[in-house]
Design a protein around this ligand. Structure first.
Ligand code: PAF
Length: 273
């Protein structure tokens, strides 16, 4: 495995003429990332992963606790990258990615990036779309892999490559859950054991919705009254456009975000029948 930290090193490291799979990450790798990398490994001749905690997609462009406290430990991430058969890792500094300080030209995601997660995190999806566009230009992958856990991110990136004619196939990889049902996330590291138990109400409620055992309103009420939990949102939306659905018609994507202690957790479930 080759570790690169500059754009030039990355460019020189990628031989052309092979199919390239790309997994962009912010590090703090867990089994969810491993599933993206394993699928990418199977479907491509060359596997590139990036590790970059992108300040543009955090509150106040990174001038916030969430960005400062985001777990960063490249040495701890290396064994998983190797185990997953990654050929090239790109782990640039902020100055390498944004040498002119903050970019003047951004990718704007409009209404699609302003709803749901975007309503609580203004500018987040513009920051994601901007860095992902830069990474696509640097890596020039044939296929790029994103976790379905971030369903809105997947929908926004599909729209980004369609609207800007970026020649890459976007592959969404199913959510990986712990044995208790909680969706894998780097943020789970910040939950105490009690908070983790409290957070389990989220996957439970989503499963009940999928089984049509409760209504959307009942699901919201259950999350709003669960101990230790603050409901941010729970919505049924069209999976491609993220437009809200008046009723739970199919196909639907139910997306939800809750706070447990200081940690904001997201999860979603696709309902097809
Ligand atoms: O999902 C993430 O980890 C990030 O949003 C991404 C896609 C690596 C862009 O910074």
């Amino acid at each position: 495995m080759r570790l690169t930290t500059t754009k030039k090193e990355l460019f020189d490291a990628i031989p052309r003429g092979f199919s390239v799979g790309f997994v962009p990450t912010m590090g703090a790798l867990h089994s969810g990332h491993a599933s993206l990398m394993k699928q990418a490994r199977q479907e491509n001749e060359l596997l590139v992963a990036s590790i970059f905690v992108n300040p543009l997609q955090f509150e106040a462009l990174g001038d916030c606790d969430d960005y400062r406290h985001y777990p960063r430990d490249l040495d701890a991430d290396i064994p998983l990258l190797e185990e997953c058969g990654v050929d090239i890792v790109f782990a640039p500094s902020v100055a390498e990615m944004y040498p002119n300080d903050l970019p003047l030209v951004w990718v704007r995601t409009g209404a699609m990036g302003e709803k749901l997660e975007g309503a609580s995190r203004p500018g987040h999806f513009d920051g994601v779309a901007t860095v992902v566009s830069k990474l696509f230009n640097l890596v020039r992958p044939d296929r790029a892999y994103f976790g379905q856990k971030d369903a809105q991110q997947v929908a926004v990136i599909r729209r980004l490559v369609a609207d800007l004619d970026i020649p890459v196939e976007i592959r969404a990889v199913p959510i990986i859950r712990g044995a208790d049902g909680l969706a894998e996330s780097s943020r789970n590291q910040r939950l105490s054991p009690t908070e983790r138990t409290q957070a389990l109400v989220l996957p439970r409620v989503l499963e009940k919705l999928k089984a049509r055992a409760i209504t959307i309103d009942a699901a919201r009420a259950e999350l709003a009254t669960a101990p230790g939990v603050k409901l941010d949102h729970l919505e049924a939306v069209d999976p491609a456009t993220l437009e809200p659905l008046a009723e739970l018609t199919t196909p639907a994507l139910v997306v939800a975000a809750i706070y447990v202690g200081p940690v904001r957790l997201i999860d979603n479930i696709e309902i097809t029948t």
